[in-house]
Every structure is written in C-alpha cells, then in structure tokens.
Design a protein around this ligand. Structure first.
Ligand code: ADP
Ligand code: MG
Length: 616
C-alpha cells in the first residue's frame, strides 16, 4: 500500500486552528486587546465597524516589535511570553499560545503597524489568508496597531453564521468590559461606526465600574477586601436590593484574567442567602489574586474556566468575606431584627391629632346587584379615565373613530365576539359562572364540564397578543406624562433602548432626547403605572439582552414576552368576579388559547364525565 499521510500545509493548519481561536468578531477583539495589555500599553483604542464584520482595529502604545519580531508574530506557535513548559505554571501574561495572530491572519485581511521605542522607523505588514502580501518600512508612533478587515472572507459558511451587527457588537462590548474591568489603570477608548461608545480614563476600580455601568451603579456597590495566605480578594458586590433576574454584571477575575466559575458563583450566592428576592442574583466584581502555580489555566484558547488547586478553601474564604462585607456595611438586616418598623411613626404624622375611628355604611349597597368596575379593580385592569384625563390619551380618537374592534383584547369590554361562551346561555346564573381558586386559578363552567384556568398564564397570553398587535399595527394608546421622568442608564442599556425604541414607541412609550447617560420618558402605555416604569424598563432591558441572543425570536416577540411577564397578574392576586370573566373572555378571543407565550399550559378541562366517574 502506498503512503497516504502527509503534513498539512501551513495555511490549512492555520485555518483549522483559527476555527478554534476565532469564533466571532468578539474573539478577535479579545485576543488583540490582550496582546496590547501584555505589551504594557497605557492607552488602548478599539475601533469597530459594523459589529466587527468589516473592521476591527486596536491601537496601543505598548512595547511594539522589532522588524524580525513583527514578521515572526504571524507564525503559528510564535510567542515571546513563554520559553519552556515550566513557564506555563508561572503565567503572568494573558497570551502564551502564540496562536492568535497566525489564526486571525488566516481568515481575514490584516495590517499591522508597529514600532518599538528603540527603533527610528517601524514596520508595516499586510497579510491576507496567511499570505504575506508586503512588508515595508513605515513611520508610525511607538506601539502597535493591528487592523482586521473582512473577517471570515475565505470561510463563507462562518461568515453566514454571524449574527446581526447589533448582536456581534454586544459580544464585542462584553469582551471589552472584561478587559477594561481587569485593567482600570489603562486608558481605553472604544469607537463604533465612528461614534465614541466608551472613553475610560485611567482610574481606580470603583470609578471604572461606574464609568462602564453608569453613575447609578455607585450607590449599589459594597467593597470587599480580604487577604489570606491562599488568596487576596478585593472588589465589589452589589447590594441585594439591586439583584436582577438576569446574570449580567457578574465578574470574577483571577490574577486579572476574566474567568467563569459556577462553583465560586455558588459561594457568592450562598453568602447572600436570605437577602435576595426569589430568582434574582446579585451583581459582583470580584478580583482574586492567587499564586500562579496554584491554578491551571485551561489550555483551550476560548475557554474561560480555570482549575484551582484548593477550590474548597477558596469557596469558604470567599463566602465568609462577602458575608462579612454585607454585615459590616449594614446591608444585611441582621442588626435590625429587633426593630419593628410598624412602630415607626412617620414624621408628618407625629404631631397630628388622634381621631376616633368611625364606622360608616353604604345603605345602597346590594351584594347581589351586578357591580361595575368600582370594586377591587386591579392595577392591570385600568379604570376608564374620567373627563379631563381623556385628553391625556393620544391616539384614542383615531382608534375609536375607525371603529376598530380592539375590545377583543381589552378588559374594559365584555362584549367579546367569537367567545366560546356565547352558546353557554343555559349556564349563566348572573355573574356566577366563574370563581377564583387559591388566588391562582379561575374556575369556569362550560357545557361539558368546567375549565380550570391559570390566571397568570392566561393574562400573559392576553397581554402578549395585545402587545404584539400594538407593535405591528403601530397605533396604540399612550398616556402622556404631565411631568416627564428622567432615568439614568448605562451606555449599554441606552444602546439597547435605542435599538428597541421603535417597538417601544409602538407599545405606547414616548421618549424625550437620549443624552449621555440619561433618558426622559414623556409617555407610557396605558397599562403601566407611573411608579413602575423604572422597574419595568430595567426588567425589559435585561430580558431583551438575555433572549435576543440566538433565541431565534423577533424583537417584537421578545419585547412582548418581556412586558407581558412583568405586567400580568400574578398568583396570589385577588380578582373580582367581573375581572375574572373579562379575563376568561379575553383569553378565548386570543389566537392561541392553550399555551402561554412561554409555552406553558393555560387551562385544563374537567368534564362532567370525569366528575361522575369519581362518584362511581
Ligand atoms: P501570544 O499572545 O499567545 O504570545 P499572539 O499570536 O497573540 O500569541 O502574538 C504573538 C506574539 O506577537 C506575542 O508573543 C508578542 O510578542 C507579539 N505581539 C502581538 N501583539 C503585540 C502587541 N500589540 N504589541 C507588542 N507585541 C505584540
Ligand atoms: Mg496573544
């Protein structure tokens, strides 16, 4: 048999390696930022165009490279960072594999300008798909600038799999945050499509966190500090009341390298035990310094996990350190257990005359009379606004004028067309076809038996279809605010809000101008209470961030889902009889009645036969 094994040519090997190192534009950003940090840069500029698909450029003022080094840096396994295997256990640089530049050059158009401090002139290298196009002498400032254009130009399949520019930009921003948080003393700039996203001057850690995540972060942070023989811990945790449903602002750095560690995350969660609302987790920025020989940095280029020699000790130290901080800064309520807040008299009331409570009765009250919406109206079932207020609802006339049937998804109306209850006349005993069970289910009779409906899920479905319709039809009721409310958001949050502004406007939000870190809300959807806007927008942003990445859902679907989750009635809320019926009718006017937007069963049927069978 003839020999069939041969060595792969370099450019093929590089392309294969690139598949591992470079998954998306953000991977290139990570590698190049880390190279700039390793080169001791004090100022680093990141320039991105179209989510990094057309351009990623990183300019640093670090060590730069000699002519020979510049050339060699694009060879595979060429690195200045380790010499021998032992060095792997004493790493103090980000890079060590010597693969990044070779991989990037295999799948993109790369240009590098570099000059070291000792050299008069610098080197310009152009390389495309591993092919060296030119090497010239050039005049360039000290440091290195690498620009990467047309990523994956020679791997169309990969290029096709890239997400929208916005999603890719978000991944890039995540990587940028990680590096910027690990190195607060380095000045970072970040430009996207010629506009400045971040300008983070050299500073301390606290200010860096605030610069990145917005001024409102300041009041959330509690410092953490501990030094033992095994580990030095520093950084910040966020106060428990700011915990979020999404796991956004959670960062571990070990020896200034961003890592993910479910185990250490668990330690943080354990120290917050009893302080968090259900399903929320706190933000944290935690920096661990350990002996480099006690950790094993994953050999895989894109993995962010590392192995610790003594994980258990680390867990225990971290947990008790955070507990200590929470206690020391009076965040945890331990010290307040003896205090009964009910005994505190508000200042304004303390000088008031005490009045004898009186009992008044409504002589006209008849419990059997069919009542209006006066009693027990829930927040999610808004009252009709009286007289003057109508002028505050823009868009109302146009809708009503056209005589559109939008009662089908509205609670105020019970004249539902196409309701399954139309034929159920024989069952209607005035206002008594529904009742609420365990403040969770609505039970209603039908011809063949009864339905047990999950109130929360049913309401989610109703709201979901309503919102989806609003976004597509683009005409909805907006409640103008008498006094616009300003909210402070981080740049990332503002970017997301800008992205979804169109859909939010369709839902009834109205916005003033977007400024650096502030946003004015001038109008809100009718269903939302003014006092809830902040919470709802926060929730909306984090749900959107969580869902839109790769979920395959459209923006309108994701937003409608997020909003209906926030606004739907919850288990435990009491609904009066009229609201129950309105909800049931609205549910059966929906396009889909069986499943909630989160694919949960909305109701079960119990037939007469089921009941009769029980009595046999
Ligand atoms: P690694 O970072 O693992 O060593 P890279 O392929 O990323 O591998 O880089 C190869 C080498 O090129 C580095 O070891 C370093 O000597 C040099 N290099 C890369 N980027 C820069 C930079 N921005 N400034 C100075 N030297 C650099
Ligand atoms: Mg590197």
């Amino acid at each position: 048999m003839p020999d069939i094994i041969q060595l792969l040519p370099d450019h093929v090997a590089n392309q294969i390696a690139a598949g591992e190192v470079v998954q998306r534009p953000a991977s290139v950003v990570k590698e190049l930022l880390e190279n700039a940090i390793d080169a001791g840069a004090t100022t680093i500029k990141l320039i991105v165009k179209e989510g990094g698909k057309t351009l990623i450029q990183i300019v640093d003022d670090g060590l730069g490279m000699s002519v020979t080094d510049a050339r060699l840096s694009f060879e595979r396994h060429a690195t200045s960072k380790i010499n021998c295997a032992e060095d792997l256990f004493q790493l103090d640089t980000k890079g060590f594999r010597g693969e990044a530049l070779a991989s990037i050059a295999a799948i993109a158009h790369v240009e590098m300008n570099t000059r070291s401090a000792g050299d008069e002139v610098g080197t310009l290298i152009k390389i495309e798909g591993s092919k060296m196009l030119s090497q010239e002498v050039t005049v360039t400032p000290k440091g290195t600038s690498v620009s990467v254009k047309n990523l994956f130009f020679n791997i169309p399949a990969r290029r096709k799999f890239l997400k929208s520019n916005q999603v890719e930009l978000r991944h890039i921003t995540d990587e940028f945050h990680r590096v910027a948080l690990a190195h607060p003393s380095v000045h970072f700039y970040f430009y996207n499509n010629n506009s400045e996203l971040f300008n983070l001057p050299s500073t301390n850690l606290k200010k860096r966190v605030v610069h990145i995540f917005g001024i409102k972060t300041k009041e959330k942070l509690v410092p953490v500090e501990e030094e033992t023989q095994v580990v030095k811990i520093s950084g910040f945790i966020c106060k428990p009341e700011y915990a979020k449903k999404s796991r956004g602002e959670q960062f571990f750095f070990v020896n200034n390298r961003f890592i993910k560690s479910p185990y250490l995350h668990h330690a943080v969660m354990a120290s917050f035990e009893g302080l968090l609302r259900p399903d929320t987790s706190p933000g944290y920025f935690l920096y661990l310094k350990v002996d480099p020989s006690s950790i094993d940095i994953n050999i895989h280029p894109t993995k962010t996990e590392i192995k610790f020699d003594d994980e258990h000790t680390l867990y225990a130290i971290l947990k008790s350190t955070i507990k200590h901080s929470l206690g020391q800064f009076n965040v945890s309520p331990v010290l307040d257990f003896d205090k009964d807040q009910n005994l505190d008299t508000p200042y304004v009331l303390s000088n008031m005359q005490v009045q004898q409570p009186g009992i008044t009765i409504d002589p006209g009250y008849n419990p059997f009379k069919e009542s209006g919406f006066e009693n027990g109206t829930k927040k999610s079932f808004p009252r009709q606004s009286p007289g003057d207020w109508e002028s505050m609802y823009v868009g109302l006339e146009s809708k009503v004028g056209k005589g559109e049937d939008f009662s089908s998804v509205h609670f105020e109306s019970d004249t539902i067309t196409g309701s399954i209850f139309e034929e159920e006349q024989e069952l209607v005993g005035i206002g008594a076809t529904t009742f609420q069970l365990r403040r969770k289910y609505i039970v209603t009779t039908i011809k063949s038996g009864m339905l047990v409906i999950d109130q929360g899920r049913a309401h989610q479905r109703v709201l979901y279809e309503k919102f989806l319709k609003s976004i597509t039809v683009k005409e909805t009721l907006s409640q103008q605010l008498l006094f616009p409310i300003s909210f402070i958001f981080s740049k990332t949050e503002l970017a997301i809000l800008k992205e979804i502004k169109g859909s939010l406007t369709s839902l009834g939000f109205a916005f003033g101008p977007f400024t650096q870190d502030e946003l004015q809300i001038t109008g809100i959807p009718q269903l939302i209470n003014e006092s809830e806007i902040g919470i709802i927008l926060d929730q909306l942003i984090s749900d959107y961030q969580l869902e839109i990445n790769g979920s395959g859902f459209t923006q309108s679907e994701v937003l409608s889902k997020a909003l209906c989750k926030s606004l739907a009635v919850k288990t435990g809320e009491i609904l009066d009889n009229e609201s129950q019926q309105a909800l049931v009718n609205a549910l059966f006017a929906c396009k889909e009645t069986n499943r909630s937007p989160f694919n949960k069963l909305i109701y079960v049927t119990v037939t007469d036969r089921d009941i009769e069978n029980k009595f046999i």
